[in-house]
Design a protein around this ligand. Sequence first.
Ligand code: GLU
Length: 282
Amino acid sequence: MTFRTRFAPSPTGPLHLGHAYSAMLAHDMAKEHDGTFILRMDDIDRERSKAEWEALAYEDLAWLGLTWPKPVLRQSRSADRFAEALQTLEKKGVLYPCSCSRADVANAASAPQEGIPTHGPDGRIYPGTCRGRPMASRLPGDALRLDMARAMDAFAHTLRFEETGEKHFGQHVLDRDNMVATIGDPIVSRKNGGIAYHLAVVVDDHGQNITHVVRGTDLFDATCIHVLLQKLLNLPTPTYHHHKLIRDETGKRLAKRDDARAIRAYREDGASPEDIRRMVGL
Ligand code: GLU
């Protein structure tokens, strides 16, 4: 199996040192394995994605010395494949329409109890208000959620994935009850009809034959959702490698609004790509 990995930034702001680390690590790993490094633009957030950020990402990554096959896939171009994936999930009876707003979710959540998580990879865990609604009752403006318990119950056999990142190294087995309690029912299609990240990433990683997903450890908890979606869609599960996050001196992880850590700012200050490598510990 040829090693294929990807770096998939969302063009919603300038790339910072954390992105540089993720992209260079994936690029290095591909080289080491005689494989391919793919760049993809995760531009499903149509409002926040901007052509200028995409252009800057190409500039920054080329400056870092990375190369990738062209043309670059923009996630917004995969609409047909996303629709097909939604249909498959719908046929399996694991989706339901949801009309709850963020405020509804917050108001319906029960008072926090010790030992019971309130937040999962997507923020506040959905309390299940709309669970069980038939798909035929979907109204314009309803989101679609994956019924986690039903979806996990669809499998008699064990679901697992392999992780090669240092922090979570090894085989991971998906645990139904834990996923219901700590993740809940994730959104797969948004209120505006747009595809949600979890489904988009699974469909595009498969479409691009990605064998190794290299990304930040902040996404480790979301991986169970991705593995479950892969199984529901009959897609192979890649190997995962979640890497450390680059933090500022106060220990806070970098965000797109941290303009001072933008790769562009270092470039303009006369830093070299080798300086960036050193700064992120590569
Ligand atoms: N576009 C996503 C991000 O920037 C990609 C996440 C992933 O690598 O799966 O967070």
